[in-house]
Design a protein around this ligand. Structure first.
Ligand code: G6P
Length: 624
């Protein structure tokens, strides 16, 4: 949570900091601020709300200094006011911070006893005063950092400057990400590469507890014990172009349209041309270990957890491995009983979600193998997991996750099919058929996106609907959850997702003429080969969902069905019908997601919300 940017070089930092903050705004947008060292004085500017407000404040300001830090905030400690906005100062120290200093109150009490007064409610200001105290005892910025770090509890990253050391920018990463960028006679600090990728593609991902001392022409790394460390400089794959909107009104819409390519990129390299079956190379290497796995725990948050819920259907149906799905925020606190033969799968777009990382660490502490499905290379999750499967969706900027979700589903599908074959549950013939189905998927996704015009028209009629209800059965139930989440995240309309059969046990009480009910009822392509797995080969639940639809209609709800083109039944029973191309049982969750994303996008857009940065949310939640 929160975005940090830092600059030390030869240019005017104002533009670099503001531009970096705009690119990090997805991490939080309650307030923003920058600080620039001008001679021996640090100028601080802060504003409540979006970066735009800060930019307006800075319009007439020119700077001569070349060192600065900036911050965009997602409030945790203290209301989202200007007073609580970063940077925070104490004496010559100016600091920006992401994460939480859990024991800040204890330090605050001690500092107050020595007559330090505070002007904000934040944990960050306490940290600034701890620095000021150490500097007063004659220590340098780096040595103060070494002295202070053992005093702090929590997960955090920060960037700090000192008026008395005008050529030095110090950054620390401890449970929250911080990246060092290395340019020509300039260095950067950022919470995420996308803030600096257009300036340099040479970066260092700081590891747990590392300290970076950034001068304009070189960077030194230290451990918390003060030991000098060798920097591992990486050259990044993502181009700055991939970060732009490419003519779309919003990143979210661009990312929705990138899905066929993102899925194709995720599949690429995972199909063996000789056997014609899915073979994820990393899985192939450890296939003997995977044969003996007795149980899988999937842990994730938000949209990634919905992918995990679909993954459970895949893993249980294809590989016959009993699978549980947990919320990242619940997993470690329920004291999970994990046996050594089990595997924990963590799913995360960013690889930095605090609750998901904590689940990874809990599993490792119990000696359980960990596998991550992640989109961001070198993220904390990717670095700490025993095995990583990358989704290759490219950067996802819109706060509401779209292409990350469908590529996570794609990866889970491939994993389950491969495990099924390794464990002898599905035949080679079936594996080939499932692989062929998958290879058609990018094309089907593209075809589904052609329905956007029709969906936009439906959105126009639904834009003022106060309550949306999404229902699906079997592996489409998680898609009902995801459809509802997408809509509420960006349009602020009330939306709920339910297993359709559960409707009669309570939620049906909510249905009246005002409610819009989205029914997920695609037909499954019957497989040509004999994949003898119950419920896989036909549409056994099709009639059941039709009767769930009737229950809703009888109470006046307006029904919108996401079905299959050519279906003769549902169009007659629905107010609106969206007919998708026909695909298999396992791929229908991926395909059905597309119209739900498009519908949520257009309803939100018509309602005039900030689609890419919806209120109160952040893309990557690095606090508990
Ligand atoms: C935040 C985002 C969600 C996302 C969740 C998990 O809450 O707003 O869109 O699904 O975090 O993020 P991750 O990066 O772990 O997939």
């Amino acid at each position: 949570m929160c975005g940090i940017i830092g600059y030390n070089g030869y240019q005017d930092p104002k533009g670099i900091l503001l531009d970096g903050l705009k690119r990090l705004e997805y991490r939080g947008y309650d307030s923003a601020g920058i600080a620039i060292l001008e001679g021996d004085k640090t100028e601080v500017f802060r504003a409540e709300g979006r970066i735009q407000q800060l930019e307006t404040k800075l319009t007439r300001h020119q700077f001569k200094g070349h060192l600065g830090i900036g911050h965009t905030r997602w409030a945790t400690h203290g209301a989202p006011t200007e007073n609580n906005a970063h940077p925070h100062q104490a004496g010559p120290i100016t600091l920006v911070h992401n994460g939480i200093i859990e024991n800040y109150l204890g330090h605050k009490l001690i500092l107050e006893k020595s007559h330090v007064s505070f002007s904000s409610d934040t944990d960050t200001e306490v940290l600034a005063h701890l620095f000021d105290r150490e500097l007063k005892s004659g220590l340098s910025l780096k040595d103060s950092t070494l002295k202070i770090l053992p005093l702090l509890k929590g997960s955090y990253a920060f960037a700090v400057i000192n008026e008395n050391e005008p050529g030095t920018l110090v950054g620390v990463s401890n449970g929250a990400p911080l990246i060092v960028g290395i340019g020509e006679n300039e260095t950067f600090l950022a919470s995420d590469v996308q803030a600096i990728l257009h300036r340099t593609n040479r970066v260092i991902y700081l590891e747990e507890g590392q300290i970076a001392v950034c001068k304009s022409n070189h960077v030194e790394l230290f451990s918390q014990e003060g030991e000098s460390l060798k920097a591992n400089i990486k050259t990044l794959h993502w181009t700055a172009d991939q970060m732009e909107k490419a003519g779309y009104r919003h990143y979210m819409l661009k990312e929705i349209h990138e899905q066929s390519q993102a899925i194709a990129n995720t599949i690429s390299g995972c199909i063996d041309p000789n056997s014609g079956t899915i073979q994820i190379p990393q899985i192939e290497k450890i296939k003997d270990t995977l044969k003996s796995i007795s149980r899988i725990s999937i842990v994730a948050c938000g949209t990634a957890r919905h992918a995990g819920l679909v993954g459970k259907y895949y893993l249980e149906r294809f590989a016959k491995i009993s699978t549980d799905v947990d919320f990242g925020s619940e997993f470690r606190y329920r004291q999970p009983v994990l046996d050594k033969n089990s595997l924990t799968i963590l799913i995360s777009q960013s690889g930095e979600t605090a609750d998901t990382l904590a689940a990874l660490r809990e599993s490792k502490s119990q000696g359980v193998s960990t596998l991550s499905i992640c989109n961001v290379r070198e993220s904390s999750l990717a670095r700490e997991s025993d095995l990583v499967l990358y989704t290759n969706a490219g950067p996802e900027i819109g706060v509401a996750s779209t292409k990350a979700f469908t590529t996570q589903l794609t990866m889970l599908y491939m994993l389950a099919v491969q495990l099924g074959e390794i464990r002898g549950i599905i035949s080679n013939e079936s594996a080939k058929e499932l692989t062929t189905d998958l290879m058609h998927l990018p094309h089907l996704v593209d075809n589904s996106l052609r329905l956007e015009g029709k969906i936009e028209e439906i959105a126009q009629t639904l834009q003022d609907t106060p309550f949306f209800f999404y229902m699906g059965r079997d592996n489409l139930y998680p898609i009902a959850l995801e459809g509802a989440l997408k809509l509420k995240e960006i349009s602020y309309a009330h939306a709920e997702g339910y297993p359709a059969g559960e409707l009669k046990h309570g939620p049906i009480a909510l249905i009246d003429r005002q409610a819009a009910v989205i029914v997920l009822a695609p037909l499954n392509n019957s497989p040509k080969s004999k994949i003898s797995l119950k419920g896989f080969e036909d549409n056994i639940l099709f009639e059941k969902i039709l009767s769930n639809l009737q229950q809703v209609k009888a109470r006046g709800g307006q029904v919108i069905t996401i079905g299959t083109e050519g279906d003769g039944l549902f169009p007659k029973e629905s107010k609106y019908f969206i007919g998708l191309p026909k695909t298999s049982w396992a791929l229908n969750p991926i395909l059905s997601t597309i119209p739900l994303q498009v519908l949520a996008y257009h309803i939100a857009s018509l309602r005039g919300t900030d689609v890419d940065k919806p209120r109160n949310l952040a893309k990557s939640v690095t606090v508990e």
